[in-house]
Ligand binder design. Structure first.
Ligand code: FES
Ligand SMILES: [Fe+2]
Length: 338
């Protein structure tokens, strides 16, 4: 699979109404629109006549109409009507725009930007809309690459500096982490992780229950973090990172959780706190991204305590090359302080 041959979230279903919507995926401008039955479509945002942006057009009689000379396009991307053509005029076969496969699932509009036909279903966010679970969603723009975002979401050591006092503290402890890389991602489990004092632990963590913490990278663009305290208290933060360009990423985050019988009360604190914490990551990743742009390239030094980064890069590079040769699973236990 090339990294393009996957489903990416283009927007939430509720954000695509009767008006057209412009989005960019992999530096390619797209227009999203709904036909008369409400079915969503994605076209390249370029009219085949003079390259006007179709996203500035409108939908009429179930067709997308270009704002410049009024050519209309059906859901297969073919031009159906050219106002300037006389009765003898024929619509040329080249009067069509590129279409992309679209699906709607779990309240999102998903687009397949690859050349190959879709072979899989979109990613399923865990427990989203399941009874007994509460949910909130966030959509956040990062001025950084997909990999920098995903590594950040799965990186424990930065929490003691970037989220100091909010999520963790510099008062670090040594923890045993087992990192397992497989064909579709990386799983990290932490043994006997102590709970350090922070705003999050004071407000959200139930007292006296042991924490089970798992971090996962799921190919090609998802991070999932679980904090579990027995069967009734469980927080899951799942982020789907979408490349707008090489250095801009839109991240769709779903937070699903249960907290005994007072989940709704927890949500009142959890949601604003999560937004504050993600803004701290937006800020540090902007600084990081600006510096990489200023220097022209990124220098990296991988430590064994950078648990996920090098594995994620290996898996994504293989996918980019279309390399499907079997990859040996690896498993390693390391000591890490955070
Ligand atoms: S540029 Fe679209 S109709 Fe002319
Ligand atoms: Fe962070």
């Amino acid at each position: 699979m090339s990294l393009r041959n996957a489903w990416y979230i283009a927007c939430t279903s509720s954000a695509l109404k009767r008006r057209t919507r412009a989005v960019t995926l992999f530096s390619t401008p797209l227009v999203l629109w709904r036909d008369a039955s409400g079915v969503a479509h994605a076209f390249e945002d370029r009219c085949p006549h003079r390259s006007a942006p179709l996203s500035q057009g409108f939908v009429k009689d179930g067709c997308l109409v270009c704002p410049y000379h009024g050519w209309s396009f059906g859901d297969d991307g073919k031009c159906t009507h050219i106002p300037a053509l006389g009765t003898d005029g024929a619509i040329p076969a080249s009067a069509r725009t590129r279409t992309y496969p679209v699906m709607e699932q779990q309240g999102y509009v998903w687009v397949w930007p690859g050349e190959a036909e879709p072979t899989v279903q979109p990613f399923q966010f865990p427990h989203l809309d399941e009874s007994g679970w509460l949910t909130f969603r966030m959509s956040t723009r990062f001025e950084s690459s997909v990999e920098a975002c995903l590594e950040n979401f799965l990186d424990c050591p930065h929490t003691a500096t970037v989220h100091r006092g909010w999520f963790r503290n510099p008062d670090t402890r040594e923890v045993e982490a087992t990192v397992r890389r497989h064909a579709d991602g990386v799983d990290v489990t932490f043994a006997d992780e102590p709970i350090t004092d922070s705003l999050v632990s004071r407000l959200l963590y139930p007292k006296g229950l042991p924490l089970r913490h798992t971090d996962r990278f799921i190919m090609p663009n998802v991070s999932r973090v679980d904090y579990e305290f027995g069967p009734r208290h469980h927080y899951i933060i799942t982020s789907h990172a979408v490349p707008i360009t090489d250095s801009q990423t839109q991240v769709f985050t779903v937070i699903t959780f249960r907290h005994g019988n007072i989940g709704w009360l927890m949500r009142l604190m959890f949601e604003p706190m999560s937004r504050r914490i993600i803004q701290q990551d937006v800020d540090i990743l902007k600084k990081h991204g600006d510096n990489v742009r200023r220097l022209g390239s990124e220098r990296q030094t991988h430590l064994e305590t950078d648990l996920v980064g090098s594995h994620m890069q290996l898996l994504r590079r293989r996918a980019e090359r279309g390399d499907s040769t079997p990859l040996e699973e690896s498993s390693k236990t390391v000591r890490i302080r955070f």
